[in-house]
Write a new protein. Structure first.
Length: 411
C-alpha cells in the first residue's frame, strides 16, 4: 500500500511538473470578459494540464496598442496569447509566431475569407480570426412605430429628421456614437467618409482624402452636434460603452455601435429589452452605405517558450472552434469568423440580425492597410476630434490630415 501511495505521489508530482501556465490578454467591453472566463473553464476541463491566466486590458484599443508596443519592445515572454485588433497584424508581425504551417490545424479554410486576409502579412499567417465586427445602427423600434415610421432610416438625412422629431418629443438624445479621441472615432469617421463618396487612400495607396466629399462628411458629423442638435456635445468623450449605456438606459433614439451591444440591450436588466432594432448604417448623398470592418484576432508571442506556444495553439484552436464561436456569438454578441456558424438555427434565434445582415459583415470596408497605421490613425483622430470640438473647421481639418498623411507615407 505504501508503495502504491509513493507511486501515486510521484505521478502527481511529475504531472505537476509538466503542467503549463500561459497568459492571455482580454478586453472587458460588454460581456466579453465574463464570457471568456466561462470559456476558459470549459477549456480547462478539456486540458487540465494547461492553466490560463487572463491579463485584463483597457477598453480603449489605442491604450491597449501602446501596452503591446511596450511588451514587444522589452522582449517580454508574457502575454503568451494576444488579443489583437484586426488592424495590428501588419505592425506586430515581427513579434508574432508564424502560424502558416498550422493553417489546417486551425481549419482556416472554414473561415470568412476577409478575416483570413486580415491576419496574413506578406504571405505569412500571424494570427487566427476570433470574431469579426462591422458598424451597425441600433434604433428604438417602439419609438419609430409610435411616431409613424415603419422602417429604420435609409439615409443620413432621414436619420436626422427622425432623430430630431422623436428626441424633442420624448426629451431624450437623438443619436449617440463614438466621438472620443481614440481608434473608435476613426471607425466612425470612415463610415461617414465612405458613405459620402470619399476615401483616405486610393487602390494604389495614394492619399486622396483632400476632397469635397471628405469635407462634407466631416461637416455632417459636426452638424449632428451643433446644427441639428440630435447628438449631445458630450459625444466627443464617448467610447463604445458610453454610447451603449446611454442608449440602453432609454436616453437615445439611435446608436452607432458594434454587434456586441445586442446581447446587452436585450438582457433582462435592460430597460429597453425587446424594443430594439438593428439595421445597416444609412446611405450618404450618393446612395452608398458603408461599415468599418472591425474584429479581433488571436496571436502568439514570439518570445514565449516552445511549451507555452504549443499550449497557446491549443487554446486558440479551442476558442475559435465552431462550438465556442457559437457560444461567444450568443452570449457576448460577437460575430463568428467561421462561415458555417451563420447557418446555425441557435444563432438566428439569439441574434437574428447577425444572419440577416451577414452581407454587411462580409462587405465591411477595412481601414488603410499600411504598416504604420497607428501613426495614420493618430493623425485622423487629432484633426477629426479638433473639428468635432470646434477647434478647427472641417475644411482645415481635412487639409491637415491630407498634408500629414502624405508626409507619413512619403508622398
Amino acid at each position: 500500500m505504501r508503495k502504491y501511495f509513493a507511486l501515486l505521489l510521484a505521478v502527481l508530482l511529475v504531472g505537476g511538473l509538466f503542467a503549463v501556465k500561459i497568459t492571455m490578454t482580454s478586453g472587458g467591453v460588454g460581456k466579453e470578459l465574463e464570457v471568456l472566463k466561462k470559456q476558459l473553464e470549459m477549456f480547462h476541463q478539456q486540458y487540465p494540464d494547461i492553466e490560463v491566466e487572463i491579463i485584463p486590458m483597457p477598453d480603449s484599443s489605442t491604450e491597449r496598442h501602446d501596452l503591446y508596443v511596450t511588451y514587444f519592445a522589452a522582449g517580454e515572454t508574457d502575454p503568451d496569447v494576444l488579443m489583437l485588433d484586426v488592424i495590428w497584424p501588419a505592425e506586430f508581425a515581427p513579434f508574432l509566431e508564424d502560424l502558416t504551417a498550422d493553417k489546417d490545424y486551425f481549419e482556416l479554410g472554414e473561415f470568412l475569407p476577409g478575416t483570413v486576409m486580415s491576419v496574413t502579412v506578406n504571405g505569412r499567417i500571424v494570427a487566427v480570426p476570433w470574431f469579426t465586427d462591422a458598424g451597425l445602427l441600433y434604433y428604438r423600434k417602439d419609438l419609430l412605430e409610435k411616431y409613424g415610421y415603419d422602417h429604420a432610416p435609409r439615409t443620413w438625412d432621414e436619420l436626422v429628421e427622425m432623430a430630431k422629431k422623436i428626441s424633442q418629443a420624448e426629451g431624450i438624445h437623438g443619436f449617440v456614437w463614438q466621438g472620443a479621441r481614440y481608434e473608435g472615432l476613426v471607425c466612425d469617421f470612415l463610415e461617414y467618409l465612405w458613405s459620402f463618396g470619399g476615401d483616405v487612400l486610393d487602390e494604389s495607396g495614394k492619399v486622396v482624402i483632400d476632397s469635397p466629399e471628405a469635407v462634407a462628411a466631416l461637416q455632417f458629423m459636426v452638424d449632428l452636434i451643433y446644427k441639428h442638435k440630435v447628438t449631445p456635445e458630450g459625444v466627443t468623450t464617448y467610447m463604445e460603452e458610453d454610447a451603449r449605456r446611454i442608449f440602453q438606459n432609454g436616453e437615445a433614439v439611435f446608436m452607432r455601435n458594434w454587434p456586441y451591444a445586442w446581447s446587452l440591450v436585450n438582457s433582462d436588466e435592460s430597460p429597453i429589452k425587446g424594443k430594439v432594432g438593428v439595421a445597416p448604417l444609412p446611405m450618404g448623398p450618393g446612395g452608398r452605405r458603408a461599415a468599418t470592418l472591425g474584429g479581433w484576432v488571436l496571436g502568439i508571442n514570439k518570445f514565449s517558450s516552445p511549451e507555452e506556444k504549443e499550449a497557446a495553439k491549443k487554446l486558440i484552436k479551442f476558442l475559435t472552434s465552431y462550438d465556442q464561436q457559437l457560444y461567444k456569438a450568443i452570449n457576448a454578441g460577437q460575430n463568428p469568423t467561421r462561415k458555417a456558424v451563420y447557418k446555425d438555427p441557435k444563432l438566428k434565434e439569439a441574434a437574428p440580425f447577425m444572419v440577416e445582415l451577414l452581407e454587411v459583415f462580409i462587405n465591411a470596408l477595412p481601414r488603410p492597410r499600411v504598416a504604420n497605421y497607428t501613426e495614420v490613425s493618430d493623425v485622423i483622430q487629432r484633426y477629426v476630434h479638433a473639428a468635432l470640438t470646434r477647434q478647427t473647421t472641417p475644411e482645415d481639418a481635412i487639409k491637415n490630415i491630407a498634408k500629414e498623411l502624405k508626409f507619413l507615407l512619403g508622398q
